[in-house]
Design a protein. Structure first.
Length: 256
């Protein structure tokens, strides 16, 4: 028993010694343990610094295109054509809208077959022309011809006699296409009136009411049309008034 007690005491002294001894030192941390802990998911790519973007890139983003798309130009052309048709309808012209004309190199973009103008003036024969020409001839008849007929003859015009409207042909000198080839020209042969005999364009007695009428309507056509040629301009126009809307540089006009 004494021997057992000695052994028990020795074990108790050893346990106490173990309890009092400090914990053994830990080994130094491995290098990878010192790195901060990160998510295993990949990081998103860095966002570009716009403050350092190159100048060409900024211009590419900021400057809009300067060219008009073809479809937008087509829409503008269509709107212009529709607007002309609406205007001559409101003016009171009697006409039929026709499909665009394409004949060899000749073309009429917005053709109308006109049979009558405002105030009961009939076009004889019904004539095919570009819509702007129809608008201009209506303006000329209403603003110029009708008032001058009342002044000189005390009678209103009832018919406008047309020699040539649209016709696919060259100019008389053969150098280029005539404005008739684009529906832009009319040859006026004469007029009929309510209370007097018809008047044809040509040579009239100087000082007569016919000569005064013809000269007045010719001069007053010049601000409305771009080309006015009649008796006295050349031999080819001795029996009619040629009126057209040919466009020239600087809005240049011919009035003869």
């Amino acid at each position: 028993m004494a021997q057992l007690g000695g052994i028990t005491g020795t074990m108790m002294l050893a346990s106490a010694a173990w309890a009092q001894d400090p914990a053994p030192p830990l080994p130094p941390p491995r290098p990878h343990d010192l790195a901060p802990q990160h998510s295993t998911e990949p990081l998103p790519p860095p966002r570009p610094d716009r403050s350092t973007a190159s100048e060409p890139e900024q211009r590419a983003e900021e400057v809009p295109p300067i060219e008009t798309p073809l479809d937008q130009k087509a829409d503008l052309d269509r709107d212009a054509k529709d607007a002309c048709l609406q205007r001559i309808t409101q003016l009171g012209l009697r006409f039929e809208s026709r499909p665009p004309v394409r004949e060899n190199l000749c073309a009429v973009d917005n053709p109308v077959l006109v049979s009558a103008l405002p105030n009961g003036v009939t076009i004889v024969p019904s004539s095919l022309m570009n819509c702007p020409v129809a608008e201009s001839i209506s303006r000329w008849m209403s603003e110029v011809v009708a008032p001058e007929a009342e002044r000189q003859f005390q009678s209103a015009p009832t018919k406008l006699l047309i020699g040539t409207s649209y016709q696919c042909r060259d100019q008389r000198n053969g150098q280029k296409l005539s404005e008739h080839a684009f529906g832009n020209g009319l040859d006026i042969m004469g007029f009929e009136f309510a209370k007097r005999s018809p008047l044809t364009i040509g040579s009239h007695t100087e000082g007569s009411s016919e000569a005064a009428f013809q000269e007045a309507i010719r001069k007053a056509a010049c601000p409305i049309f771009n080309t006015v040629l009649g008796p006295g301009s050349d031999a080819a126009h001795g029996d009619h008034l040629h009126l057209d809307l040919r466009e020239r540089k600087g809005d240049y006009r011919i009035c003869q």
